[in-house]
Design a protein around this ligand. Sequence first.
Ligand SMILES: [Zn+2]
Length: 316
Amino acid sequence: MTDYLHRNCPACGSSDSRREVRAAKTAETMTLDQLRPFWAGLFKAKCFFSYHRCRNCALLYNPMFFTPDQLGDLYARMAPNMDAVGDAAIVATQQGYFARAAAQGGLDGGYLEIGPDVGHIVREAALHGGFDRFWLFEPNVTIHDQLRDAAGRGRARLSTGMDDLSPVPDGSVGLAVMVHVLDHLLDPLAMLAQIRAKLRPGGMLMIVTHDESSLLRRIMGKRWPPFCLQHPELYNPATMKALLGRAGFSDVVVEGSRNVFPLDFLARQAAWAAGIRVKRVPLPPIPVGLKLGNILTLATAPVQAAARSPMLEAAE
Ligand SMILES: [Zn+2]
């Protein structure tokens, strides 16, 4: 039997939780080798670790999950995702995210992104912002050249690590971005506390995640796609706000975010969900914007320099 990580609530540290969502195939009863094909998305059957609700802070998380070593091994063999959606729709979705952050202003100083992928938001930030440096933490080295191009030659600072932001000067970043990253992290609070220290006073963090309190989740129940092996915890607006407060952020705004999908893709997904296997549907690839159970969070670093996160002090 494989040894998995046993952990307390990653937001508040409490061990007191109640099981809320259990897969038909519970990952905790299976070996790592049995889980590999599910991780790669090769089977239609849903398989994930049981999600518990923290009785102290209400975060939904996996008390049992992969260890950091097991995760490193699994991610190293993972194929890039979302290919089926099509590049134009991804670009349109990510342009919308940047436009939302840009509406708040403050597009200067450093730009920091964890998991920028090929750099759709980086490109927008380079075009429309006044950033002097792009600090990009992206483990996939095969796309580092694309990221350098997106940032503009000479301005990108790339790193393959995802958990050590020490190359970035404290208090230097105007905008930090994490799109579908926070709910993949074993220790989201440590990451948020690090980012908070890198932001200049009044600097902003933008986060996009799934919303486990969304209508889509309630309709789909345990078949909701974000219940999967890649998400050791899942957020809703209240648990997101509480976590950011713990990491020292103020002025936290959480709102529904818009995803753009081609119409033919949506029809194919709907047919698939209904159990009909189709490769093509006779519809044009018209872009459609939908609020489909994702949330966009904007959090500001306090303007007064005195406030420090208690987590950072404990770590020093
Ligand atoms: Zn908790």
